[in-house]
Structure formats: C-alpha cells, structure tokens
Design a protein around this ligand. Structure first.
Ligand code: C2E
Ligand code: MG
Ligand code: MG
Ligand code: MG
Length: 288
C-alpha cells in the first residue's frame, strides 16, 4: 500500500515494475528449453461423484520445475507461452502425455477418464481436432475417456473456430467441459449454441458457500441451469467437508478439491486411489 511508502514510492514502484519485467523475461527465457530439458510433468486431480462417492475421472494439470526458478505455477507461465506461441508445442505435449497415461490406466484394468485444459490459442490454430483424433488413435484410446476443459475466453476470441472444433470433438466422442464457469466474460448465449457436456463452477463461488447465502443461491442456480440443459456439473476448489455436504444437498454431480485430493503425479495417484475409494464421502455427512 502506497501510504507506507512515503517519498520513496516512485522508486519502489519502478523497481517493482522492473522486477516483474525481469522475472517475466527470465521465465520466458527458461520456458523455451523447459520441454527439451524434461522439466515439465503432469499432476492429476480426481473428480469425485457425489452420487456414488467414487472417483469418476481426473484432471491433468501442468507442472514446471526449473532448476533455477524452482516451481513455476501455470498461472504464471501459461500466459507467457500463449504470447510466445509456445503454447502449441506445450499443449500438444500435454495432450499426448495425458492420452498416453489414460491408455496406461485402461491397460491396467482401470478406466479413468482424463480431462485436459486447452488454451484459447489452441482453438485458434487449425489442426487441433485432427491432432486430437490422431493421438487417440495412436494410443488406441476410446475417445470418451478424453475430456477437454476450456474457459469462456475461447468464445470471446475465437467463437467460430471454437464452436466448430467442439462440435467435431463431440461427434468423435470426446467430452467437453466449460472451466471456471461464471468468471469469464460470461455470455450465456454460447451455452445456447455450443456442444457441451459439463460445466465446472469456479472455486470463487464455492469458497464461501456455507457462509454467504448469495453465493449459495448462485451455485444453486448454476446447478439448476446445468440440469435443465442436460449438462453435468462439477464444483471446483472444495476444501471442507461442509462445502462437500452443501454441494451434495444442492444437487451438484461432482466435486474436485484439496479435501478429496491435491493434484499429484500418476504414480502417486495409483497409490492413493484405493484409499479414496475406501472413504465414505457421501454417507459421512448424514451421520453428523
Ligand atoms: P483450472 O483448470 O481451473 O485448475 C484448477 C486449479 O485449482 C489448479 O491450479 C488446481 O491445482 C487448483 N485447485 C484444485 N483444488 C483446489 C482447492 O481445493 N483449493 C484451491 N485453492 N485450489 C485448488 P493450477 O494447477 O495452479 O492451475 C491453474 C490454472 O492453470 C488452471 O486452472 C488452468 O487454467 C491452467 N492450466 C493448468 N494446466 C494447464 C494445461 O495443461 N494447459 C493449459 N492451457 N492451461 C493449464
Ligand atoms: Mg481445468
Ligand atoms: Mg477451473
Ligand atoms: Mg480455475
């Protein structure tokens, strides 16, 4: 806050600005070699059904660990990769890695649908759908085991391309989910025309669902809308038992969040899946 800074505020801000530009520059420079140097991996976070209490899928989340920068969160480097155009190479690596992992799970006797986050930029470039089909066939993965998550931004910048791509993906059997629903430049008109399977309610609406009546009513309305449209609905960022119980009461289909499991590498997930299956997610709420 500028009040405490007094007469030095100008130099403070200018050095902070400098630092920020510097770190953007540094991150961007290291990012160029990140894939080649094997610095990226995927973490997987389960989606839990509130109907059955079972894990019904996972979301793949990109992780980058650089020897000099340490762990850089996707919120920081994905926008840089979008600006530089590198998102195409990275996004392709994410798709191939996630599809390969889903196939490995399938071969080991567990069908775990995998959701992949796609950037608006990826929809703007021709060939995305063809590439996804090619990867599914390369790994002999059933298309229904792949879900793509996209945000409302995709409809803002490339509505036509996105609409066409989603239509083709769904024709092929791939599932389509709208991420961070309600936080983008939300226009309900795309919901009218787009081919969709799922809405993911942003965690900012879930945070205070037990304390704030307004948030609860909003979530309830989003769930009702999803149901009316035949879409499944997932709540993100569930961190407490109270939130999970409330969401179940409101009729939400699935939840995701630290309460159930943090995003973890595939090998770790294999170890915790039996524990997750053993927990009584949906009855425990009734007993209390
Ligand atoms: P998202 O797709 O909405 O992912 C959910 C984010 O919430 C993830 O952050 C996840 O780790 C975090 N999260 C999950 N449960 C909880 C919880 O209970 N509490 C809190 N506070 N957070 C929770 P992460 O992994 O840092 O990813 C941030 C965003 O970066 C993602 O948001 C997504 O938009 C983007 N991203 C991640 N991986 C990829 C990718 O492979 N490609 C693209 N284009 N974007 C990606
Ligand atoms: Mg997502
Ligand atoms: Mg999200
Ligand atoms: Mg989000």
């Amino acid at each position: 806050n500028s009040k405490d800074l007094g007469r030095n505020s100008w130099s403070y801000f200018s050095s902070e600005m400098h630092q920020r530009r510097q770190s953007r520059y540094l991150i961007g420079a290291h990012l160029q070699q990140a894939l080649q140097n094997n610095e990226m991996h995927l973490a997987y976070q389960p989606k839990l059904s509130l109907g059955t209490g079972e894990v019904v899928g996972v979301e793949a989340l990109l992780r980058w660990q650089n020897p000099e920068l340490g762990t850089v969160p996707p919120d920081q480097f994905v926008p840089l990769a979008e600006d530089s155009g590198q998102i195409h190479e990275i996004g392709d690596w994410v798709l191939e890695t996630a599809i390969g992992q889903a196939r490995r799970w399938e071969l080991s006797g567990r069908c775990i649908p995998v959701a992949v986050n796609l950037s608006a930029r990826q929809f703007q470039r021709e060939g995305l759908v063809a590439r996804i089909k090619q990867l599914l066939s390369k790994y002999s993965l059933d298309a229904s085991l792949l879900c793509v998550e996209l945000t409302e931004t995709c409809f803002l910048h490339s509505a036509e391309e996105t609409a066409l791509a989603l239509h083709e993906l769904r024709e092929h059997g791939v599932k389509v989910s709208i991420d961070d629903f309600g936080t983008g430049y939300s226009s309900l008109s795309y919901i009218r025309t787009m081919s969709l399977d799922q809405l993911k309610i942003d965690r900012s609406f879930v945070n205070n669902i037990n304390e704030a009546q307004r948030d609860r009513q909003l979530v309830s309305a989003m769930i009702a809308m999803s149901q009316a449209l035949g879409l499944s609905v997932v709540a993100e960022g569930v961190e407490t038992r109270e939130q999970l119980d409330m969401l179940r009461q409101l009729g939400c289909d699935e939840v995701q969040g630290y309460l159930i499991c943090r995003p973890i590498p595939a090998e770790e997930l294999d170890k915790v899946l039996p524990d997750l299956a053993g927990k009584n997610w949906i009855d425990a709420g009734e007993e209390r």
